[in-house]
Structure formats: C-alpha cells, structure tokens
Design a protein. Structure first.
Length: 127
C-alpha cells in the first residue's frame, strides 16, 4: 500500500509544472533525510548493528523504487528513462552522487531533487 502511495505522489509531482511544489503536511526536512538514508543504503548491511540504520537504508531503497515505478506510469513524455538492467543500488548511488554535486538545494523536497537527479542521470534519448 505504501508503495502505491509513494508512486501516486511521484506521479502527481511529475504532472505539476517545474518549480511548482505542493505543500507538505508533515515535517519535511528537505532532501537531507533521504540523502542520509541513502548513504546508509550504500554501506554494507552486514556491518549494520543498529536496526534503525537498516530500516532507514530500506526506506531510501523503497522510496526510490516507488518513485521510479510511479514515473513509469506517465503516459506522455517520460521524465527519465532508467534502463531495465539498472540495479536499485545504481539508482541510489546516482542520487547521492548528484546531491553531493548539488548541495545548495539540499533543503528542497526530496521528490524535487530525486526527479532532477534521475532526469540528469537517466535521460530519455527520444523525448
């Protein structure tokens, strides 16, 4: 159910014009929390002794999976094109690397920065 909600939220964000951001009803820490979670996902789960770290790493992976799945439902021009052979950890690595290069927008909502990162990392060739 959560995956469907994340996917639905991603689709809604994709349908809004660039620069339009919906208000967050919950506390939004910007992208910093997702980046922190994704850094945990990049590390070896076997070395994690804290259940919260494992949960946070999983949250990053599930958020990105849901976001990409939601974007695949867009009927018109795709916002990005992740190849079918791409592993989820590659998407996580792309996001963290992109955010490291764009720290000035760390305060932006995570769906905005993830969309921008995926657009640049996985552009569609025929759009």
């Amino acid at each position: 159910m959560r995956k469907i909600l994340v996917a639905a939220g991603a689709v809604l964000q994709l349908l809004l014009p660039d620069g339009v951001v919906w208000s967050q009803a919950t506390q939004d820490t910007g992208s910093s929390e997702l980046v922190r979670q994704c850094r945990l996902a990049q590390s070896d789960a076997k070395t994690m002794t804290n259940i919260k770290d494992l949960s946070d790493a999983s949250q990053c992976i599930r958020y990105i999976e849901g976001f990409v799945a939601g974007a695949s439902l867009v009927q018109n021009t795709k916002p990005f094109c992740v190849p079918n052979t791409t592993r989820i950890i590659d998407e996580v690595n792309s996001y963290v690397t992109w955010m490291d290069k764009n720290k000035e927008i760390l305060n932006q909502p995570k769906q905005v920065t993830l969309l921008r990162a995926l657009r640049e990392s996985y552009p569609c060739r025929n759009n």
